[in-house]
Design a protein around this ligand. Structure first.
Ligand code: 13P
Ligand code: SF4
Length: 337
């Protein structure tokens, strides 16, 4: 059996093509060559390693990436992000090939809401509208009425008539933040959370704020309420990035995954960005799922067009409805990639 066939055989277990690469290979040059040869587009989330961000055709948050995936005329979408994002890209563009450097790049938030359990839960509230954060599986999207991302969540909630009850899944922190922002008390929250945004240390952040009184403290709405209560600004990754560009402050303490600091530093080289520390011995918060993708895996998935994201047609047909609703509302509200 040749090397590729052996690696393909192990794909289910490993999640990526485990093929040795010449350590002297110029990965940047080779990836750029493959991009042209295959008419491929690399879409990268802000939480990817900086070298992956640097080679991407588009870097964005979950909403921007979905909009780009829908709009692209490339033949192959190379998704440098996590599995639910690549699934969304596939649902939006089912005729295109979508590859992900590592199929095991999952998401704790998405895992916290298995569709069969959610279906039972939903039966208790038959009159409620189901709004799911895009950070969920394709299966969950098939039982969702409208999707949202952290950029457009408030707009999506406000698009639902006030008297209607809402089930919000899977992120209880984003859900609680939205309840507060929109004043909706008829919202039932699924009990899920992101492992990265849930472990910021209140004590260490307070200490940093005392040490840097001139810094603005900014946070992602997936963080817990006691962290958000301290924030000068709350927003999705792209909104946080924009805030650091537009705000006259020279220093920012940033409570989200540390990958975003790369774009913040590139956009505002004279400003100082301090990652908010978690409740452990690390200095910053990395998402272990996002960081499964590497330049080597990116190169291999482009060269061999594997691992590929495959979805059943009925999952695409049913799951897409809630994404299309989100895209329409976002477009009307002026959200652009
Ligand atoms: P956004 O991309 O919407 O900011 O969400 C962050 C996130 O956790 C993605 O996994
Ligand atoms: Fe999932 Fe959190 Fe990682 Fe985003 S940062 S992919 S929500 S675990």
């Amino acid at each position: 059996m040749d090397t590729l066939a052996k690696a393909v055989e192990k794909l289910d277990r490993k999640g990526y093509l485990d093929i040795d690469i010449d350590p002297n290979m110029d990965l940047v040059a080779e990836i750029n060559k493959l991009k042209k040869e295959k008419n491929a587009i690399i879409l990268a989330h802000y939480y990817q390693e900086s070298e992956i961000q640097d080679i991407a055709d588009y870097i964005g948050d979950s909403l921007g990436l979905a909009q780009m995936a829908e709009a692209t005329d490339a033949d192959m979408i190379v998704f440098a992000g996590v599995h639910f994002m690549a699934e969304t890209a596939k649902m939006l563009n089912p005729r295109k090939k979508v590859v992900l450097p590592d199929l095991k790049a999952g998401c704790s938030l998405s895992d916290s809401c298995p569709a069969p359990l959610f279906k039972q839960f939903k039966e208790q509230y038959p009159d409620h509208v189901v709004v799911s954060y895009i950070n969920c599986t394709a299966a969950l999207k098939t039982v969702t009425d409208i999707c949202c991302t952290s950029s457009n969540a408030e707009v999506i909630i406000n698009s639902i008539p006030k008297e209607k009850g809402i089930i919000f899944a899977p992120d209880k922190n984003l859900g609680a933040y939205l309840q507060k922002k929109t004043g909706r008390d008829n919202m039932i929250l699924w009990n899920g959370a992101c492992m990265v945004h849930e472990i910021f240390s209140h004590e260490k952040i307070t200490k940093l704020m005392v040490e840097h009184p001139d810094a603005k403290f900014i946070a992602h709405p997936e963080c817990e309420a006691h962290i958000l209560d301290k924030a000068d600004f709350i927003g999705s990754t792209s909104q946080l990035l924009k805030y650091t560009k537009d705000n006259e402050a020279q220093k920012f303490i940033v409570a989200t995954e540390s990958g975003i600091l790369h774009q913040m530093e590139l956009a505002s080289p004279s400003k100082v960005f301090i990652p908010a520390p978690p409740n452990n011995t690390c200095a910053c918060n990395d998402c272990p799922h996002m960081k499964r993708n590497t330049m080597e895996k990116l190169y291999l998935c482009m060269k061999y067009e594997q691992p590929e994201v495959i979805l059943d047609q009925n999952v695409i047909d049913q799951g897409r409805v809630c994404i299309d609703r989100m895209m329409e509302i976002s477009k009307a509200a002026g959200f652009k990639a």
